[in-house]
Structure formats: C-alpha cells, structure tokens
Design a protein around this ligand. Structure first.
Ligand SMILES: [Zn+2]
Length: 128
C-alpha cells in the first residue's frame, strides 16, 4: 500500500452555532488542508498518482472555498454547517469525484483540516 500527501491552504470566514462559545461570532481562519491518497498499484512510471493531477484538482476545490463566507455557500446546507469536520468531508468527496473522472485508481483516504496550529479535524474515507 502506498500513501501520498499534498497540502494546501485557504482563507475563509464561518460562524458556528456553539452556544456560549466564541465560534458563534463571525470569524475567519487560514485553514491548512492535508490530502491523503492511498492505493496498491503504481503506474509504469512508478508513481501512485502524478502529484500534478492531485494539485490541479485540489486547486479547483479550493477555488470554491477561498475568501468566501462559508455559511452562505450551497455546499454547506443548514444540516451540514461549515465546521472543520464538514469542510474536510466536502473536500474529500469533491476530490474523489474529480479523481474518478480522471480515471485515477488511488482513493482519497483522509482529509485533515487545520483551523489553527494546534486544532485539526479529519474526514476519513470509510471505503478506503
Ligand atoms: Zn472557527
């Protein structure tokens, strides 16, 4: 089994409904995102997936989030508020869709969304 990791970041604002906590107020983060792809087979160049393809698709997904007020996006309906957990899930599912279209065999196994240097949430693909 092989695993690749690509990182990126984006800046955005959100507001969460956590009673009495400071996250209730509108605020922003510079999220750092880690994308993990796993797979068993390497191609004839000896790589799992070309990093360039993952980076290109990740940029497309980041463009939907960067410098946005996340609560206003259709990507995060009321039942899926833009917490770091749901942001990680959204990025994971979008990346899976895009890489499937590219006929990439590797699976997006995990997305970690760091909202500060010492707090992160991950979405883990249970099918990986
Ligand atoms: Zn926050």
């Amino acid at each position: 089994m092989f695993e690749l990791k690509v990182t990126t970041d984006f800046a955005a604002a959100h507001q969460l409904d956590l009673t009495g906590r400071k996250c209730e107020n509108l605020h922003g983060h510079n999220w750092k995102i880690e994308v993990f792809a796993t797979g068993k087979k390497l191609d004839k160049s000896g790589v799992l997936v070309d990093f360039g393809i993952i980076k290109k698709r990740l940029k497309q997904v980041m463009n939907t989030l960067d410098h946005k007020f996340l609560n206003e996006l259709d990507l995060f309906p009321k039942n899926l508020p833009p917490s770091s957990e749901n942001i990680a899930r959204y990025i994971g599912l979008e990346m899976e869709k895009l890489l499937n279209k590219d006929k990439i065999e590797a699976t997006i196994s995990k997305i970690t969304a760091w909202e500060s240097d010492n707090a992160a949430a991950s979405w883990i693909n249970s099918d990986a």
